[in-house]
Design a protein around this ligand. Structure first.
Ligand code: NAP
Length: 305
């Protein structure tokens, strides 16, 4: 765990960034940059010791953000449906933030395995072709800019690492979940509501879920491998699991039968080859079954025995 550092965190009102910011604020000076449109989240973060700074990445005004923090953890992602706005916030915003914090020791840019061109159950390695895995009807309906903006912002991070000589690591996250929710929690709620779990027609739909605690634990090692040119790696749970498998398991835990509905209009499998990740930062420690059992206990303690 990092201690006594100055750390700028973006995206800290989001699923992935919030638990990270709260945990790091116990022993570091954490400056959190977001728009804080949800004032309750701001209050919770301030109560945890985070210094909250209001700012819009697309605006590029970071006057109250230190230019020389030890580290920057960039988790923010804009998903407004507008390519113009999202490229501005995600791609330009990443560049402007890196420029502002150019004296940092390391910059962690959180990306996504949504940057890979869909290819069935192929295990995606970092050198595999990139593509728009959100160009399917269901994702186009509410996150049409996602994959393209993640690819664009990776490019910006690569460019700025070299331009500024700022050690950078680009971590392509798979399926984060845990005490701050995530996709498996959505499936759990569907199962509890007797709704079907929607999966791609080409099942099983395999991913590599990664627990919040593994994400937090691996951040110091990720920062330690930041370099110029930027290092890019997958950031994923060691054990693959399909949506079908984890939904059946969640159903077992809460005593519900799981119904699946298949459609070609949904996201396909995105499972990863984690060789590079394991060689650079090691393996995750929390098996998805343990993590998902804890998630059920956290969100639905009333269902416990
Ligand atoms: N969740 C997943 O399943 C998943 C999977 C793979 C990769 N990832 C990656 O993990 C990272 C975190 O994702 P998440 O799911 O935690 O995100 P999220 O819950 O959607 O939260 C998005 C965050 O970005 C901030 N943000 C959005 N637009 C902004 C802007 N214009 N200026 C400043 N801040 C802005 C939001 O803060 P305000 O609204 O308060 O400004 C919020 O804190 C992202 O890089 C994402 O691509 C996530």
């Amino acid at each position: 765990m990092l201690s006594q550092k100055t750390i700028v965190i973006t995206g800290l009102t989001g699923q992935v960034g919030k638990p990270v910011a709260e945990a790091l604020a116990t022993d570091n000076e954490v400056i959190g940059l977001a728009r804080f449109s949800n004032s309750e989240l701001r209050e919770e973060l301030e109560a945890a010791g985070v210094n909250c700074v209001v700012g819009d990445l697309g605006g590029g005004e970071f006057a109250d953000v230190p230019s020389d923090p030890d580290y920057v953890l960039h988790f923010a992602v804009a998903k407004t449906m507008s390519f113009e706005d999202d490229l501005r916030a995600n791609s330009e915003g990443t560049g402007l933030l890196m420029d502002h914090c150019k004296q940092a020791k390391a910059f962690l840019h959180c990306s996504s395995t949504a940057v890979y061109q869909p290819n069935g159950r192929h295990e995606f390695a970092e050198s595999d072709p990139l593509g728009d895995n959100h160009r399917v009807p269901v994702m186009e309906a509410f996150m049409p800019t996602y994959s393209i903006c993640k690819i664009a912002s990776e490019s910006t991070a690569r460019l700025m690492a070299r331009t500024l000589n700022l050690p950078t690591v680009i971590a392509r996250l798979n399926v984060p979940y845990g005490h701050s929710g995530g996709w498996p929690l959505m499936h759990l709620e569907m199962i509890l509501a007797d709704q079907p779990v929607y999966v791609h027609s080409d099942g099983p739909c395999v991913y590599n879920p990664i627990h919040d605690d593994d994400i937090l634990r691996q951040i110091p090692t990720l920062l330690s491998i930041a370099d110029v040119p930027a290092v890019t790696l997958n950031w994923a749970g060691k054990d693959p699991a399909s949506i079908e498998e984890w939904s059946e398991y969640l159903g077992e835990l809460v005593g519900k039968e799981v119904k699946f509905e298949r459609s070609p209009d949904l996201l396909e499998s995105v499972t990863t080859n984690n060789d590079l990740m394991h060689s650079l930062i090691g393996e995750t420690q929390i098996h998805w079954k343990d993590g998902m059992r804890q998630m059920v206990e956290h969100y639905h303690p009333e269902l416990g025995s």
